[in-house]
Design a protein around this ligand. Structure first.
Ligand code: PLP
Length: 448
């Protein structure tokens, strides 16, 4: 064990696990360099954060310039970076999401939104979340999280009034008919729960990740279909005065090939949560709503010392400029297709073809997924949207082997899913075809 790792074990809390035990001293583009001078291809982008790679020179420059002008004032005064970013977000977010509260992380964005929901919906003490979702590690966000029971094991009971409904996993149900059946079945369960256990008028909000993240990279069903699952939630919320909250912390900011994943469904939430890819690697989170809704939070009802600090806001503004200017979303779609094409070529199963023939929007669309197919000796299911791609294996041993093999080949991957049987590919959105292929070849070799 290196000296750094020994000191890490001694002085840093064991609560925070690490996927790989190397010590990064430099990171640039799609690569991380460790203290031995070895370069690792990073297919994780800091857990779906570094949208345009590590240390993009223009982000570095924007940070340096802002640092020279003003690093921090907190809410003692107003400052332009914060105002500029809020205005820019209002321009790029869907619908009338115009007003933002800035914080430092995804979990803080979730907690802040829970306060907004409480203030806007007095007397409605129930909230719905989707099973398999991950919303963060603060106590509020943990109470909404159901992607792994180990996240809550030591802390239950946390907040009360949190109810869970199924996240529709269309990938277990290959054909269009089966998908429609599943969605209708889940709608029935949902209605039934509201009829028998929780009156809809007592529900303040429904939270959902448009693409389930930590829970296994599953897009909500119905992309390209009018009756999609998010539209069902929108209609239900409108009917019963419930607020719809989209957690775009992981799937937002171009990761799926659109600025926000909700755009695939044409559905606008009442509250949108953002963090991770929002700010080029600098901590920043936000929850946004219409001006009218946000005005339910009176002055002083929420706050943050660092939230929306000048450096993070300038990094975010530069990132958005680059995402728009360099047509990064095209690269997301091209690289996504590269992954699907590569594995599909080798699939021996036929169920992928069946799903396509059924009218599914998967082929040549960014939304594609399959039942388990044989890839050489391994059984594998491929699913995802844009550069949120999951390689699903029947068991966690296979996923772990793949991850370890990649690490030996100096490629960093992460697992996800409730059972640890998924390798997720979430590289930076600017990754080159060659670098991505290097990662795919390494994965293919171990599967063979
Ligand atoms: N929401 C989603 C969808 C996430 O994926 C995460 C983190 O993985 C969070 C919230 C929490 O974000 P943070 O780790 O910045 O608190």
């Amino acid at each position: 064990m290196s000296d750094s790792l020994e000191r890490d074990a001694k002085y840093l809390s064991p609560a925070l696990g690490r996927a790989h035990h190397i010590v990064a001293v430099k990171a640039k583009g799609s690569y991380i360099t460790d203290e031995q001078g070895d370069n690792y291809l990073d297919l994780t982008s800091g857990i779906a954060v570094n949208q345009i790679g590590h240390a993009h020179p223009e982000i570095v420059e924007a940070i340096a310039k802002q640092a020279a002008d003003c690093i921090h004032t907190s809410c003692v005064v107003h400052y332009p970076a914060n105002i500029d970013l809020a205005e820019k977000l209002a321009q790029i977010m869907p619908g009338n999401l115009q007003t933002s509260f800035f914080c430092n992380s995804g979990a803080e964005a979730v907690d802040g939104s829970m306060k907004l929901v409480k203030l806007a919906q007095p007397g409605r003490n129930n909230v719905f979340v989707h099973r398999g979702s991950f919303h963060g590690r603060t106590l509020g966000a943990t109470s909404l999280t159901t992607s792994k029971s180990s996240y809550r094991r030591y802390y239950d009971p946390i907040l009360t009034g949190i109810h869970t409904t199924e996240f529709p996993n269309i990938y277990e149900q290959g054909t269009l008919k089966a998908r429609k059946f599943l969605i209708n079945h889940l709608k029935d369960i949902f209605h039934n729960y509201m009829d028998t256990a929780v009156h809809p008028q007592s529900v303040s909000a429904i939270y959902i990740e448009p693409v389930l993240g930590e829970g296994g990279y599953i897009p909500a069903p119905g992309i390209g279909e009018e009756e999609n699952y998010l539209q069902f939630l929108r209609d239900y919320c409108d009917e019963h005065g419930i607020l719809l909250v989209f957690d775009e912390v992981q799937c937002g900011f171009a990761r799926t090939g659109k600025m926000f994943a909700s755009e695939y469904y044409g559905v606008v939430p009442d509250i949108q949560l953002m963090a991770k890819g929002l700010s080029g690697g600098v901590p920043l989170g936000a929850f946004s709503a219409s001006h009218e809704l946000m005005s339910k939070m009176p002055p002083g009802s929420h706050g943050s010392t660092w939230g929306g600090n000048p450096i993070a806001c300038r990094a975010s503004l530069k990132l958005i400029e680059i995402l728009e200017r360099d047509n990064i979303m095209q690269n997301v779609l091209d690289r996504s297709n590269q992954v699907f094409d590569f594995f599909e070529k080798h699939f021996e199963g036929s169920d992928t073809r069946k799903a396509v023939a059924d009218g599914s929007p998967r082929t040549n669309e960014p939304n594609r997924g399959h039942g388990f197919s044989a890839y050489h000796n391994a059984k594998i299911q491929l699913r995802g949207l844009g550069l949120m791609i999951a390689l699903v294996f029947p068991d966690n041993e296979t996923a772990t082997k793949v991850k370890e093999h990649c690490f030996k080949e100096k490629i960093l991957t992460l697992s996800c899913g409730s059972f640890g049987n998924i390798i997720r590919l979430a590289p930076d959105l600017t990754i080159s075809e060659e670098d991505l292929q290097k990662g795919l070849d390494a994965i293919a070799n171990i599967l063979k």
